[in-house]
Design a protein around this ligand. Structure first.
Ligand code: ATP
Ligand code: MG
Length: 183
């Protein structure tokens, strides 16, 4: 029998001001001629945990694990003071915005969310650096140097569980649940 599955991931959302400032960074990259496949502005997020395909009957356990993890965490801030590229600026495959230096509280958030999900059997890639993907490219063009967002740090006070749908025009994300940080 076929089991229904959903493509799920956990993320931190941006506020509207930061979203607009990230879109302004995209305008600057575009104006400098960098050839990106641009992520839709409404899809900007910080990935915390990518779950992949999850059986319908396991979604409830995922929700309670995240609810429990979030209740043990405290809100914190992430500065958006850098524009960068993976794997590096000269072979830019992914253009991102985020903090110039690692944010230990974000790494801790990823660990706190992934730990109980790993106990449910999910596996995760090790990296846990806060970044918003703005665009993907073929890695043949150097990322131009542009000004980072002009916005106050992002206050992280919740986790969002998303379902991702593959559409012809790109991914569409739907909020399944939200978990406030703190007791
Ligand atoms: P598309 O795949 O259509 O280009 P997308 O990557 O935004 O769009 P998803 O593939 O559903 O949509 O990914 C949702 C989130 O999970 C994104 O942040 C993506 O970078 C991340 N993600 C996707 N696949 C993996 C993976 N194998 N490992 C870690 N993170 C992933
Ligand atoms: Mg993808």
């Amino acid at each position: 029998m076929q089991v229904a599955r959903r493509r799920l991931f956990v993320a931190v959302d941006l506020d509207d001001a930061l979203r607009a400032e990230c879109a302004a960074v995209v305008d600057r990259l575009r104006a400098n001629g960098w050839p990106g496949r641009w992520v839709a502005t409404e899809n900007y997020h910080l990935t915390v945990a990518f779950l992949g395909g999850v059986d319908d009957e396991r979604v409830g356990a995922v929700q309670s694990a995240l609810n429990d993890a979030a209740s043990r965490l405290a809100p914190f801030e992430v500065p958006f003071d850098a524009v960068g590229a993976f794997p590096n600026a000269r072979k830019a495959r992914v253009a991102w915005v985020g903090p110039a230096a690692p944010v230990p509280a974000f790494t801790a958030l990823c660990g706190a969310a992934r730990g109980p999900l790993a106990a449910l059997g999910f596996t995760f890639e090790p990296h846990a650096d806060a970044h918003v993907t703005l665009a993907r490219s073929d890695g043949r063009a150097t990322l131009p140097t542009v000004e980072p967002p002009n916005a106050p740090p992002l206050r992280v006070d919740a986790l969002t569980l998303y379902q991702s749908f593959a559409e012809r025009t790109g991914a569409r994300y739907v909020v399944l649940d939200r978990f406030a940080l703190g007791p």
